[in-house]
Design a protein around this ligand. Structure first.
Ligand code: 6AU
Length: 277
Protein backbone atom coordinates (compact mmCIF):
# COMPACT_ATOMS: atom_id res chain seq x y z
CA UNK A 1 0.00 0.00 0.00
CA UNK A 2 1.22 3.52 -0.76
CA UNK A 3 2.05 5.72 2.20
CA UNK A 4 -1.17 5.40 4.19
CA UNK A 5 -1.80 9.12 4.41
CA UNK A 6 -2.26 9.24 0.62
CA UNK A 7 -4.77 6.41 0.55
CA UNK A 8 -8.46 7.40 0.48
CA UNK A 9 -10.71 6.30 3.32
CA UNK A 10 -12.82 3.82 1.27
CA UNK A 11 -9.69 1.89 0.34
CA UNK A 12 -8.43 1.95 3.90
CA UNK A 13 -11.86 0.75 5.08
CA UNK A 14 -11.75 -2.14 2.62
CA UNK A 15 -8.23 -3.22 3.58
CA UNK A 16 -8.20 -2.58 7.29
CA UNK A 17 -8.15 -5.60 9.58
CA UNK A 18 -10.00 -3.89 12.44
CA UNK A 19 -13.82 -3.68 12.20
CA UNK A 20 -13.92 -0.42 14.19
CA UNK A 21 -11.45 1.25 11.82
CA UNK A 22 -13.45 -0.02 8.84
CA UNK A 23 -16.62 1.48 10.28
CA UNK A 24 -14.92 4.72 11.16
CA UNK A 25 -13.52 5.24 7.66
CA UNK A 26 -16.90 4.33 6.15
CA UNK A 27 -18.75 6.84 8.33
CA UNK A 28 -16.20 9.54 7.47
CA UNK A 29 -16.61 8.87 3.77
CA UNK A 30 -20.42 8.74 3.93
CA UNK A 31 -20.64 12.03 5.84
CA UNK A 32 -17.63 13.67 4.17
CA UNK A 33 -16.39 14.44 7.64
CA UNK A 34 -13.21 13.67 9.55
CA UNK A 35 -14.32 15.91 12.38
CA UNK A 36 -14.46 14.86 16.02
CA UNK A 37 -16.22 17.21 18.40
CA UNK A 38 -14.65 17.28 21.83
CA UNK A 39 -17.69 17.97 23.98
CA UNK A 40 -16.15 18.94 27.32
CA UNK A 41 -19.56 19.86 28.68
CA UNK A 42 -20.63 19.59 32.26
CA UNK A 43 -24.24 18.40 32.27
CA UNK A 44 -26.22 15.80 30.36
CA UNK A 45 -28.60 18.26 28.77
CA UNK A 46 -25.77 20.29 27.25
CA UNK A 47 -23.91 17.14 26.21
CA UNK A 48 -26.90 15.60 24.44
CA UNK A 49 -27.96 18.89 22.80
CA UNK A 50 -24.44 19.26 21.47
CA UNK A 51 -24.52 15.69 20.07
CA UNK A 52 -27.90 16.30 18.44
CA UNK A 53 -27.07 19.73 16.99
CA UNK A 54 -23.60 18.83 15.69
CA UNK A 55 -24.29 15.16 14.93
CA UNK A 56 -24.85 15.68 11.19
CA UNK A 57 -21.37 17.21 10.73
CA UNK A 58 -19.15 14.88 12.75
CA UNK A 59 -17.72 11.40 12.37
CA UNK A 60 -17.06 10.96 16.09
CA UNK A 61 -18.43 12.44 19.30
CA UNK A 62 -15.77 12.64 22.01
CA UNK A 63 -16.87 12.82 25.63
CA UNK A 64 -15.29 13.23 29.04
CA UNK A 65 -18.16 11.79 31.03
CA UNK A 66 -16.41 12.36 34.35
CA UNK A 67 -17.09 16.08 33.74
CA UNK A 68 -20.83 15.50 33.51
CA UNK A 69 -22.31 16.32 36.91
CA UNK A 70 -25.56 14.37 36.42
CA UNK A 71 -24.16 11.48 34.38
CA UNK A 72 -26.36 8.38 34.61
CA UNK A 73 -28.00 5.68 32.49
CA UNK A 74 -30.15 8.21 30.66
CA UNK A 75 -27.01 10.06 29.52
CA UNK A 76 -25.66 6.80 28.11
CA UNK A 77 -28.93 5.91 26.41
CA UNK A 78 -29.22 9.44 25.01
CA UNK A 79 -25.74 9.25 23.52
CA UNK A 80 -26.36 5.83 22.01
CA UNK A 81 -29.64 6.99 20.45
CA UNK A 82 -28.02 10.07 18.96
CA UNK A 83 -25.09 8.03 17.64
CA UNK A 84 -27.60 5.84 15.79
CA UNK A 85 -29.68 8.82 14.62
CA UNK A 86 -26.73 10.75 13.19
CA UNK A 87 -24.37 7.88 12.37
CA UNK A 88 -21.37 8.85 14.48
CA UNK A 89 -19.09 6.86 16.74
CA UNK A 90 -18.54 7.60 20.43
CA UNK A 91 -15.05 8.15 21.83
CA UNK A 92 -14.67 8.42 25.60
CA UNK A 93 -11.53 10.42 26.34
CA UNK A 94 -10.85 8.48 29.55
CA UNK A 95 -7.04 8.35 29.25
CA UNK A 96 -6.81 5.08 31.18
CA UNK A 97 -3.41 4.96 32.85
CA UNK A 98 -3.31 2.52 35.77
CA UNK A 99 -2.02 -1.03 36.17
CA UNK A 100 -3.63 -3.70 33.99
CA UNK A 101 -5.92 -5.19 36.60
CA UNK A 102 -7.34 -1.78 37.58
CA UNK A 103 -7.95 -0.50 34.05
CA UNK A 104 -9.84 -3.67 33.17
CA UNK A 105 -12.33 -2.82 35.92
CA UNK A 106 -12.43 0.88 35.05
CA UNK A 107 -13.13 0.09 31.40
CA UNK A 108 -15.51 -2.85 31.65
CA UNK A 109 -17.89 -2.15 34.53
CA UNK A 110 -17.55 0.48 37.22
CA UNK A 111 -19.65 3.59 37.57
CA UNK A 112 -19.17 4.67 33.95
CA UNK A 113 -19.64 1.28 32.21
CA UNK A 114 -17.46 2.63 29.40
CA UNK A 115 -17.32 -0.59 27.42
CA UNK A 116 -21.13 -0.58 27.11
CA UNK A 117 -21.32 2.57 25.07
CA UNK A 118 -17.92 3.90 23.91
CA UNK A 119 -16.73 2.54 20.57
CA UNK A 120 -13.31 4.11 21.12
CA UNK A 121 -11.33 4.84 24.32
CA UNK A 122 -7.82 6.22 24.77
CA UNK A 123 -5.08 5.17 27.15
CA UNK A 124 -1.60 6.17 28.31
CA UNK A 125 1.26 3.69 28.42
CA UNK A 126 3.04 5.40 31.30
CA UNK A 127 2.88 2.15 33.26
CA UNK A 128 4.38 0.06 30.47
CA UNK A 129 3.03 -2.91 28.54
CA UNK A 130 0.57 -4.14 31.20
CA UNK A 131 -2.22 -1.68 30.46
CA UNK A 132 -2.22 -2.55 26.78
CA UNK A 133 -2.07 -6.28 27.44
CA UNK A 134 -4.93 -5.99 29.93
CA UNK A 135 -7.27 -4.02 27.69
CA UNK A 136 -6.44 -6.23 24.73
CA UNK A 137 -7.29 -9.26 26.85
CA UNK A 138 -10.65 -7.75 27.87
CA UNK A 139 -11.87 -6.86 24.39
CA UNK A 140 -10.63 -10.01 22.69
CA UNK A 141 -12.01 -12.40 25.31
CA UNK A 142 -14.72 -14.76 23.98
CA UNK A 143 -16.94 -13.54 26.86
CA UNK A 144 -16.68 -9.86 25.97
CA UNK A 145 -20.13 -8.84 24.68
CA UNK A 146 -18.85 -6.21 22.23
CA UNK A 147 -16.11 -8.18 20.48
CA UNK A 148 -14.93 -6.47 17.27
CA UNK A 149 -16.98 -3.39 18.18
CA UNK A 150 -14.46 -1.69 20.45
CA UNK A 151 -10.99 -0.23 19.87
CA UNK A 152 -8.38 1.87 21.64
CA UNK A 153 -6.17 4.81 20.77
CA UNK A 154 -2.81 5.17 22.48
CA UNK A 155 -2.06 8.69 23.65
CA UNK A 156 1.38 8.90 22.04
CA UNK A 157 1.93 12.66 22.19
CA UNK A 158 0.22 15.52 23.99
CA UNK A 159 -0.61 19.01 22.84
CA UNK A 160 0.10 20.72 26.15
CA UNK A 161 3.28 22.77 26.60
CA UNK A 162 6.14 20.81 28.11
CA UNK A 163 4.57 17.42 27.40
CA UNK A 164 6.83 14.52 28.35
CA UNK A 165 5.20 12.22 25.79
CA UNK A 166 8.03 12.55 23.26
CA UNK A 167 10.99 10.60 21.88
CA UNK A 168 11.38 7.08 23.23
CA UNK A 169 8.02 7.31 25.02
CA UNK A 170 6.26 7.95 21.71
CA UNK A 171 8.31 5.19 20.05
CA UNK A 172 7.19 2.78 22.77
CA UNK A 173 3.57 3.67 21.99
CA UNK A 174 4.11 2.69 18.35
CA UNK A 175 5.80 -0.56 19.40
CA UNK A 176 2.86 -1.47 21.65
CA UNK A 177 0.28 -0.63 19.01
CA UNK A 178 2.13 -2.93 16.61
CA UNK A 179 2.07 -5.72 19.15
CA UNK A 180 -1.70 -5.52 19.77
CA UNK A 181 -3.41 -4.90 16.42
CA UNK A 182 -6.66 -6.56 17.51
CA UNK A 183 -7.38 -3.78 19.99
CA UNK A 184 -5.04 -0.81 19.39
CA UNK A 185 -6.42 0.97 16.33
CA UNK A 186 -4.10 3.97 16.35
CA UNK A 187 -2.96 7.04 18.22
CA UNK A 188 -3.86 10.40 19.56
CA UNK A 189 -0.84 12.28 18.23
CA UNK A 190 0.08 15.53 16.55
CA UNK A 191 1.39 13.81 13.40
CA UNK A 192 1.55 10.48 11.61
CA UNK A 193 3.66 8.01 13.58
CA UNK A 194 3.30 5.02 11.38
CA UNK A 195 5.11 5.86 8.21
CA UNK A 196 8.21 3.84 9.05
CA UNK A 197 6.75 0.46 8.23
CA UNK A 198 4.73 -0.47 5.21
CA UNK A 199 3.16 -3.52 3.62
CA UNK A 200 3.79 -6.85 5.28
CA UNK A 201 5.75 -5.47 8.21
CA UNK A 202 3.02 -5.29 10.82
CA UNK A 203 3.03 -7.62 13.80
CA UNK A 204 -0.28 -8.97 12.53
CA UNK A 205 1.48 -10.09 9.36
CA UNK A 206 -0.74 -7.76 7.35
CA UNK A 207 -0.56 -4.14 6.38
CA UNK A 208 -0.05 -1.60 9.10
CA UNK A 209 -2.57 1.22 9.06
CA UNK A 210 -2.89 3.04 12.35
CA UNK A 211 -5.57 5.70 12.55
CA UNK A 212 -4.29 9.09 13.72
CA UNK A 213 -6.50 11.42 15.74
CA UNK A 214 -5.06 14.90 16.26
CA UNK A 215 -6.36 17.20 18.92
CA UNK A 216 -5.46 20.80 19.73
CA UNK A 217 -7.38 22.04 16.67
CA UNK A 218 -8.63 25.59 16.57
CA UNK A 219 -9.11 27.95 13.63
CA UNK A 220 -9.12 31.14 15.70
CA UNK A 221 -6.60 30.71 18.50
CA UNK A 222 -2.98 29.58 19.03
CA UNK A 223 -3.59 28.25 22.54
CA UNK A 224 -5.08 28.89 25.94
CA UNK A 225 -3.70 30.25 29.22
CA UNK A 226 -3.24 26.76 30.65
CA UNK A 227 -0.73 25.41 28.14
CA UNK A 228 -2.97 24.08 25.39
CA UNK A 229 -1.36 24.57 21.94
CA UNK A 230 -3.44 24.72 18.76
CA UNK A 231 -2.96 24.15 15.08
CA UNK A 232 -5.43 24.45 12.21
CA UNK A 233 -7.31 21.56 10.55
CA UNK A 234 -5.19 21.99 7.41
CA UNK A 235 -1.85 21.82 9.21
CA UNK A 236 -2.92 18.79 11.27
CA UNK A 237 -4.10 16.86 8.21
CA UNK A 238 -0.92 17.77 6.31
CA UNK A 239 1.09 16.32 9.19
CA UNK A 240 -0.83 13.06 9.00
CA UNK A 241 -4.03 13.46 11.04
CA UNK A 242 -6.88 11.31 9.76
CA UNK A 243 -9.35 12.75 12.24
CA UNK A 244 -9.26 16.22 13.76
CA UNK A 245 -10.54 16.82 17.28
CA UNK A 246 -11.88 20.28 18.09
CA UNK A 247 -13.56 21.41 21.30
CA UNK A 248 -13.86 25.03 22.36
CA UNK A 249 -13.25 26.25 18.81
CA UNK A 250 -16.67 24.77 18.03
CA UNK A 251 -18.83 24.43 21.13
CA UNK A 252 -17.80 27.80 22.58
CA UNK A 253 -18.28 29.64 19.26
CA UNK A 254 -21.16 32.11 18.93
CA UNK A 255 -22.80 29.69 16.49
CA UNK A 256 -21.56 26.13 17.13
CA UNK A 257 -23.40 24.64 14.15
CA UNK A 258 -21.86 27.15 11.77
CA UNK A 259 -18.45 26.52 13.37
CA UNK A 260 -18.86 22.74 13.06
CA UNK A 261 -19.67 23.12 9.36
CA UNK A 262 -16.54 25.25 8.88
CA UNK A 263 -14.26 22.80 10.70
CA UNK A 264 -15.84 19.91 8.82
CA UNK A 265 -15.23 21.62 5.48
CA UNK A 266 -11.64 22.57 6.38
CA UNK A 267 -10.77 19.08 7.62
CA UNK A 268 -12.32 17.35 4.65
CA UNK A 269 -10.77 19.70 2.11
CA UNK A 270 -7.34 19.07 3.62
CA UNK A 271 -7.92 15.29 3.53
CA UNK A 272 -8.99 15.43 -0.12
CA UNK A 273 -5.94 17.54 -0.97
CA UNK A 274 -3.63 15.11 0.81
CA UNK A 275 -5.06 12.03 -0.85
CA UNK A 276 -5.27 13.58 -4.29
CA UNK A 277 -2.00 15.49 -4.17
O1 6AU B 1 -10.16 21.95 21.61
P1 6AU B 1 -10.07 22.05 23.12
O2 6AU B 1 -8.76 22.63 23.58
O3 6AU B 1 -11.24 22.73 23.73
O4 6AU B 1 -10.17 20.55 23.69
C1 6AU B 1 -9.19 19.58 23.43
C2 6AU B 1 -9.65 18.22 23.90
C3 6AU B 1 -9.79 18.10 25.42
C4 6AU B 1 -8.52 17.41 25.85
O5 6AU B 1 -8.73 16.57 26.98
C5 6AU B 1 -8.16 16.55 24.62
O6 6AU B 1 -8.69 17.24 23.49
N1 6AU B 1 -6.70 16.37 24.41
C6 6AU B 1 -6.17 15.07 24.23
C7 6AU B 1 -6.95 13.87 23.97
C8 6AU B 1 -8.06 13.86 23.06
O7 6AU B 1 -6.58 12.80 24.38
C9 6AU B 1 -4.79 14.90 24.18
C10 6AU B 1 -3.94 16.02 24.15
O8 6AU B 1 -2.74 15.90 24.03
N2 6AU B 1 -4.49 17.26 24.20
C11 6AU B 1 -5.85 17.46 24.32
O9 6AU B 1 -6.28 18.62 24.33
O10 6AU B 1 -10.91 17.25 25.67
Amino acid sequence: MASRSKVPFPERAARHSHPVAKRLFSIAEAKKSNLVISADLTDSKKLLSCADDLGPYIAVFKSHVDLVSDFDDSTIQGLKDLAAKHNFMIFEDRKLVDIGSTVQKQYHGGVMRISDWADIVNLSVLGGDGIVEALDETVTSPDFPYRDQRAFLILAEMTSKGSLAVGSYTEKCVELARKFPRSMMGFVATRALNEQKEEGDAASGGEEDFVVFTTGINMASKGDKLGQQYQTPASAVERGADFIIAGRGIYAAADPVEAAKRYQAAGWEAYVKRTQG
